[in-house]
Design a protein around this ligand. Structure first.
Ligand code: UDP
Length: 243
């Protein structure tokens, strides 16, 4: 389905994983995006990002606001697939299947700490590399070399939106990683650097209240993701959805 012109695949977490397995078997480079309301808002004003989202192989719905918007637009989404859950499930499968994982992004040391957490949780997981790097284009030749030498099957990129997905789109033609996934703040959560909202709060769709309380500096982003997004869906959603 589309929400304000952005395609979201109506998949449960299990279905997404079945499709991901098929992509890895099929070979060639693939890109998975984990869409939330901020992505949709950014896509309204950023044509390059809109195009990258449109060309992704799978676009999961990561964000409670998307579930509400989809219901309002008349096509309820069957599941939510967050960056954190997707990372955990991918790591579990990678450990079982011998696939190598590369963790790129977040503040220095956070990708490495996330690798330690994942390897403790999924013994046998091969982390081919973990590095903060930078989303700036001038760092790309170095990062490409580093990742190409590590030959990962799965590349997780945590530069936040829209940088992480623009980064993947620019670099996948050179890297040809079977699966590249933009995972936002996932490493911050998994490494324990940032506290995730309790499961009940997440289920109630109140994660944004929790984030606002703990990270008030994000208020502008939260305004964009919650009231501005809701207003846009209500005023333009059905028109865009039909077109
Ligand atoms: N980040 C980074 N380099 C940058 C900008 C961001 O490594 O130049 C990282 C940041 O440290 C954080 C992640 O990108 O780990 C973005 O997290 P956020 O919660 O903002 O992600 P989103 O809400 O976009 O999923």
């Amino acid at each position: 389905m589309t929400i304000l012109g952005v395609v979201v695949d109506n998949l449960t977490e299990d279905e997404a994983l079945v499709q991901i397995d098929a992509l890895i078997v099929a070979g060639g480079p693939h890109h998975i995006v984990t869409v939330n309301p901020e992505f949709v808002m950014e896509a309204q004003v950023n044509p390059a990002f809109r195009s990258v989202l449109a060309h992704a192989d799978i676009a999961t719905a990561d964000g409670f606001g998307l579930l509400l918007a989809a219901r309002y637009l008349g096509t309820p989404l069957r599941g939510r697939v967050t960056g954190v859950e997707l990372t955990l499930r991918l790591a579990e499968r990678a450990a079982a299947q011998g696939h190598r994982m590369f963790l790129l992004g977040a503040a220095p040391g956070v990708a490495e700490a996330t690798a330690v957490v994942l390897q403790a949780r999924y013994p046998g997981l091969i982390v081919a590399g973990a590095f903060a790097g930078s989303p700036q284009p001038r760092h790309e030749p170095f990062l490409r070399q580093m990742i190409a030498a590590a030959r990962p099957h799965i590349l997780l990129v945590a530069y936040g939106h829209p940088q992480q997905d623009l980064w993947i789109a620019r670099n996948q033609p050179f890297l040809q990683v079977p699966l590249a996934v933009g995972v936002g703040g996932t490493f911050d959560y998994l490494s324990g650097r940032v506290q995730r909202a309790p499961a009940l709060i997440r289920r109630l769709g109140l994660e944004w209240v929790y984030r606002l309380a703990r990270q008030p500096s994000r208020w502008r982003r939260i305004m964009n993701a919650v009231p501005c997004f809701a207003w846009r869906v209500i005023t333009q959603g059905r028109r865009t959805y039909r077109s």
